[in-house]
Design a protein around this ligand. Structure first.
Ligand code: C5P
Length: 220
């Protein structure tokens, strides 16, 4: 890791799932625990960064005393918070498992069961990473994640391009011990300039160090 690299750098990080409300007692969510994003936030704070962690619902505690926390629930709340924070940031790391869709309407009261079948209409959520990629200036760095099940490298490269990210951290669901709900992860980092770094299976704490070391050594 380049010493002092993260000192005085303001960084926004997203982590965890988003919950998209259906009615007062139901939502659409996913199994993300937030561990990876929280581990990166902690590693950055330990290395002197001014970390702003925008978190969906998780069971995790604030990972470092110096971090500014923003608790959100839905993708749209996460989007609004990131858009507000980003202009002053040097870097954005989007590690959240954002729900791609939300219910088209929210029911104020609990939906009653009626027919044997029920159709729930969904609409697209904003893509936070793509929007920050669009808005970023020359001096800002935007990093995304990709969780893939097939043609991993190819899909991750397409994501890097489509979202105008500077790097994508890929985890494959085909790798044992990687991805959601594990305390370990196995990643590949793909840089916009074409370099690819592969790492072995590690604890998420150590994966976080690899990610921030890679950032410090490849972006100035
Ligand atoms: O397109 P896909 O969801 O696979 O892209 C994953 C990356 O995009 C992750 O970095 C995730 O945090 C980010 N993302 C986002 N907003 C969305 C969907 C994904 O920031 N609505």
């Amino acid at each position: 890791m380049l010493p002092e690299y993260f000192k005085c750098k303001k960084i926004v990080i997203t982590a965890g799932p988003t919950y998209e409300k259906i009615d007062p007692v139901r939502f659409i969510g996913n199994y993300s625990t937030g561990k990876m994003g929280y581990a990166i936030a902690a590693a950055l704070a330990e290395n002197g960064a001014d970390v702003h962690l925008v978190s969906g619902p998780t069971r995790l505690e604030k990972p470092h005393a110096g971090i500014s926390m923003y608790q959100v629930e839905s993708a749209r709340e996460m989007y609004d918070t990131c858009i507000r924070l980003f202009p002053d940031c040097n870097m954005a790391i989007m590690a959240a498992a954002v729900s791609d869709y939300r219910p088209a309407t929210y029911n104020d009261t609990k939906i009653k069961k009626k027919d044997d079948r029920m159709i729930l209409e969904l609409v697209r959520n904003p893509d936070i990473l793509a929007e920050l990629g669009k808005r970023k200036s020359e001096r800002q760095i935007v990093i995304g994640f990709a969780l893939e099940t097939d043609n991993e490298l190819e899909h991750a490269k397409q994501k890097l391009e489509a979202k105008n990210a500077d790097a994508i951290v890929l985890n494959s669901l085909n790798d044992k011990g990687a991805g959601f709900s594990h305390s370990t992860n196995k990643i590949t980092i793909i840089l916009k300039k074409g370099i690819i770094f592969e790492y072995p299976l590690k604890e998420k704490r150590d994966v976080a160090i690899d990610i921030i070391t890679c950032i410090s050594e490849n972006f100035n």
